[in-house]
Ligand binder design. Structure first.
Ligand SMILES: Nc1ncnc2c1ncn2[C@@H]1O[C@H](COP(=O)(O)OP(=O)(O)OP(=O)(O)O)[C@@H](O)[C@H]1O
Ligand SMILES: [Mg+2]
Length: 262
């Protein structure tokens, strides 16, 4: 199935403060793909690491029953690889997420990245979360299985656009390639080409890196790098922070100036 998808402006500009030279303000990024193991939680952790390294406040709403990101925070705190800027809140209740986001809006001006990690499979709760988001990011690995589930996820998104009162106010949808190898196989290249023909994808991606595997086990990338005495290993960790930061920049720019046609 090839989807021709036309993504409009998300119409959400009220939290931007870039014109004032003050950064991006509050951004709500919903990370979803029906495919289990497509890299959703790793993407949330990498973006949180990049934002915290910039001194931003980060809230991750972990809506997965496995508590993957909540356990990650607990492991990171126990190992001393954490930052007071980053908080993970676990809840299976999408309405609670929306209420908590509303409370964040009531706080004074701030640079605040809000990430919503979801579980594979999809549910009606994800409609509620999508309406609260400024951007929907769909990570996928370069496999046939990830491609077909990504197209299914985009199909859910298009149907949602048809259901909401004002589709122009719905967040835009972008794919992000995850766990990308340095050299793509023929099969991986074919999957990427097919995706590009079907859906909008970010130019930045997350490479396959041992730094992300370490992050998933030990906590935020920046504090892990700071505590790593081996300069070579620390440089690898900082390269991962930089890569995630470039992706965060692209997502921030999509939110700030979202009009596009894919
Ligand atoms: N960029 C990457 N480099 C190396 N390993 C990665 C990368 N992205 C994901 N992984 C690994 O792939 C596995 C699946 O990733 P992850 O848990 O983020 O997927 P998920 O979409 O959150 O899964 P689920 O649907 O079960 O929540 C994990 O073991 C993770 O460490
Ligand atoms: Mg996960």
């Amino acid at each position: 199935m090839i989807l021709a998808i036309c993504i409009q402006t998300n119409g959400i500009g009220d939290t931007r403060s870039e014109e004032d030279g003050m950064g991006y303000g509050i951004r709500v990024v919903l990370v979803m793909n029906r495919k289990g193991g497509s890299g959703k939680s790793t993407l949330c952790r990498a973006l949180a690491s990049a934002a915290a390294s910039r001194g931003e406040t980060v809230t991750i709403f972990d809506t997965d029953a496995s508590k993957s990101c909540l356990k990650w925070m607990q492991a990171g705190q126990a190992a001393g690889n954490w930052s007071p800027l980053v908080e993970v809140i676990h809840t299976l209740d999408a309405h609670r997420v929306v209420e908590a986001i509303d409370q964040i809006y009531e706080q004074p001006d701030q640079e605040h990245l809000i990430l919503i990690d979801t579980f594979g499979g999809g549910s009606e709760a994800q409609d509620v979360l999508a309406v609260a988001a400024h951007r929907i990011i769909c990570p996928m690995m370069l496999s046939r299985g990830d491609l077909s589930e990504t197209l299914e996820t985009a199909s859910w998104y298009l149907k949602l656009r048809g259901r909401v009162d004002n589709p122009d106010e719905l967040a835009g949808f972008s794919v992000v390639f995850s766990r990308v190898q340095v050299r793509l196989s023929e099969a991986e290249r074919a999957v990427a080409d097919e995706l590009f023909r079907s859906l909008p994808a970010c130019e930045a991606w997350l490479s396959s890196r041992s730094a992300y595997v370490r992050m998933d086990k030990e906590g935020l990338l920046g504090p892990i790098a700071d505590k790593t005495p081996n300069r070579g290993l620390a440089a690898h960790l900082q390269t991962a922070v930089k890569e995630a930061g470039e992706l965060l920049d692209e997502i921030d720019q999509l939110i700030a100036a979202p009009a596009e046609v894919a």
